[in-house]
Design a protein around this ligand. Structure first.
Ligand code: CAA
Length: 299
């Protein structure tokens, strides 16, 4: 089966990044979200990102025009998936929302259609269990920012067929990505390793070993990470980090995955990182600059 028509559910940061990549590589993409304004904003973001690539002479104006022409928007899920060969769900990371979307996708999409989820932590096997085609349900975990990061973590649910896995691996290569196949256990591979590092960085701050700037500088300059773990936690969203840690704690049953009390407090206080304007750092709208939150500066 050839994959020509792709539908992406969710027009947030991950959704619009995924749409951009498919559209740039020549796929017809339907971007679906329940919010019309969110779809319009997402189109604007994609246009800005593509224009930036033209300025850097990475792509031509023709590629941009073709990519934009490949994108359609739709607010009704049943219409959006009607002609799809592949659906990538990138909606809110909430298990009940995802299960509901997968039930609807399963009802509305053609029989041959592969149903993928961009979930960072919810079990693919659980998602597949609410559909009548568990062998065609798979994880396609893109990384943020999607147009930049090379990895697609391809997650096989318990029932995912070899054929579907092969198709999704080769489709990811068509998008200029490097797919890596992993099995469906809490945190998969990316977050199983990343989140304990972030949690440990937060513990290092919490127990007074060093400050925010110091911890991030050690990891950036000592380990050549592009961002320190605390800046990365802010970038991902502290609520997302906490929720992934909780899923790993519950699913793997080991206390080492329990979120640091400081992380829990920050989430409770609404200091969710970059999207909230404050986490370990404070962020100003429309600026790339950020500085350590006064909460973590020595008095
Ligand atoms: N679309 C297209 N291009 C983008 C972009 C976007 N949304 N965001 C950044 N870029 C491009 C920039 O144009 C720039 O391109 P050039 O190198 O050609 O100039 C390049 O990416 C670098 O961007 P900047 O110069 O703006 O900033 P930077 O050098 O500080 O890099 C970064 C920013 C790419 C985010 C880098 O800091 C980085 O790689 N950070 C780590 C990101 C990471 O770990 N992501 C994974 C998070 S975990 C996850 O997503 C999954 C999960 O389940 C939690």
């Amino acid at each position: 089966m050839n994959i020509n028509n792709v539908t992406v559910i969710g027009a947030g940061t991950m959704g619009n990044g995924i749409v951009q990549v498919f559209a740039m590589y020549g796929f017809k993409v339907v971007m679906c979200d329940i919010s019309g304004p969110a779809l319009e904003r997402a189109l604007g973001t994609i246009q800005v990102n593509l224009d930036r690539m033209v300025k850097k002479e990475t792509i031509t104006v023709d590629v941009v025009n073709q990519a934009m022409a490949n994108i359609q928007i739709e607010t009704e899920l049943s219409k959006a998936v009607k002609n799809a060969d592949l659906v990538v769900e990138a909606a809110t990371e909430n298990v009940n929302i995802k299960l509901d979307i997968f039930r609807k996708m399963d009802e509305g999409a053609p029989e041959h259609c592969i149903l993928a989820s961009n979930t960072s932590s919810i079990s693919i096997t659980q998602i597949a269990s609410v559909t009548k085609r568990p062998e065609k349900v798979i994880g396609m975990h893109f990384m943020n920012p999607v147009p930049v990061m090379k990895l697609v973590e391809v997650i096989r649910g318990y029932a995912t067929s070899d054929e579907v896995c092969k198709q999704v691996m080769s489709m990811s290569e068509t998008l200029g990505k490097t797919p890596v196949e992993v099995n469906d256990y809490p945190g998969f591979v990316a977050n199983r390793i990343l989140m304990p590092m972030i949690n440990e960085a937060i513990y290092t701050l919490y127990t007074g070993v060093a400050g925010v700037h110091e911890i991030d500088t050690v990891m950036r300059l000592g380990m050549a990470h592009p961002m320190g773990p605390l800046a990365l936690a802010d970038f991902i969203g502290l609520d997302v980090c906490m929720s992934i840690l909780q899923i790993m704690h519950q699913g793997l049953g080991e206390s080492k995955y329990a979120p640091c009390p400081l992380l829990v407090n920050m989430v409770t206080a609404g200091k969710l990182g970059r999207k909230a304007g404050e986490g370990f750092y404070v962020y100003e709208a429309n600026s790339k600059e950020f500085k350590v939150s006064t909460k973590f500066l020595k008095k």
